[in-house]
Design a binder for this molecule. Structure first.
Ligand code: ATP
Length: 296
């Protein structure tokens, strides 16, 4: 498989803050990748590095096999929908859309028009008068209609209500199915975006915690729930990622696969077993990394 993005020992440090730290990661062509991480994990910084908007402190970046820094060939194939994008005073959505149309050679105006209608975006209202959700809609329309070979969506749905977010996911999936390309989407609404994603990359503290195809994640983690005493007995035999105790009941998220012996023990202890959701897995993986860091 062709790697559209490859980083090697990539770091971006702001004095003591290691926003991205020794990160070696790659993303395949023509897939939708989820970039997940808690607040301050380094998602935006990584996207800014990959789009040549920031200089790395050290390490190497290849996008379409080249450095993205001041590289018009790479820039022309890339669309970056930034969280909190600002626009010049006096701009209206129609100005942004028409500039974007001129910048992206695969731009699909019909799709843009459909999306404007779907989000009921007022095209002739000053941008500074738009609601947060309407501002997000501009980015989403540009990101989808650009049809860029590589599109970054950094938390693209801020302020969008649940219906509008669902419309975004459906529109993105439909357009991607018709025109496959590489999409990197950072998100906090993990279970909501999960159905879109083909791979999941989790970063924390600027470092890579996990990268998997979504198919592989089906057996990556399981949740077991039961009485506290039963869960205590069970946890000796498995790798616990996260535990929650409420009253006399406990739930543990454990790393899969589950051995036959562990499955038998869980059944003997009358524990309820379920597949951990991507959100559960994310919380478990980031929390256990955080605890390990605090101990170190
Ligand atoms: N210009 C800067 N100067 C100093 N520190 C910075 C700068 N930009 C980012 N950081 C720090 O780098 C870390 C990573 O920030 P980044 O914005 O990449 O995280 P994020 O994963 O996108 O977070 P969020 O989900 O909250 O948007 C944070 O601790 C942030 O405070």
């Amino acid at each position: 498989m062709t790697q559209v993005i490859e980083t090697s020992a990539l770091s971006k440090h702001y004095k003591a803050v290691k926003a991205v730290n020794d990160l070696t990661v790659s993303f395949d062509e023509n897939r939708i990748h989820g970039l997940l991480g808690r607040n301050g994990a380094g998602k935006t910084t990584l996207m800014q590095l990959l789009t040549g908007q920031l200089f790395a402190t050290s390490g190497d970046i290849r996008v379409f096999g080249e450095s993205p820094l001041e590289n018009t060939t790479v820039m022309q194939r890339t669309c970056f929908i930034q969280e909190g994008q600002t626009y010049p005073d006096g701009f209206e959505p129609r100005h942004v859309i028409s500039i974007a149309a001129g910048m992206h050679e695969k731009w699909d105006q019909q799709r843009a028009d459909e999306l404007v209608e779907m989000f009921e975006l007022p095209m002739k209202r000053k941008i500074k008068k738009l609601s947060r959700g309407q501002l997000s809609a501009i980015g989403i329309i540009v990101g989808i209609a650009s049809r860029a070979d590589l599109t970054f969506f950094d938390e693209p749905y801020l302020g969008l209500d649940a219906v509008a977010r669902k419309n975004f996911y459906d529109a993105l999936l439909a357009d991607y199915a018709a025109h496959p390309r590489t999409i990197l989407i950072s998100s906090h609404h993990i279970d909501e975006v999960a159905p879109l994603l083909e791979t999941v990359t989790v970063i924390d503290n600027g470092e890579l915690l996990m990268q998997h195809d979504v198919d592989e994640l089906a057996d990556a983690a399981f949740a077991f729930a039961g009485t506290r005493a039963a869960v205590d007995q069970f946890t000796g035999s498995v790798q616990v990622l996260e535990r929650t105790d409420i009253g006399g009941l406990s739930t543990v998220v454990v790393r899969g696969p589950i051995t036959q012996d562990a499955a038998r023990l869980a059944s003997d202890l009358r524990l309820d077993k379920s597949r951990a959701s991507l959100q559960d897995l994310f919380v478990a993986v980031t929390e256990s990394a955080r605890k390990a860091r605090q101990k170190a």
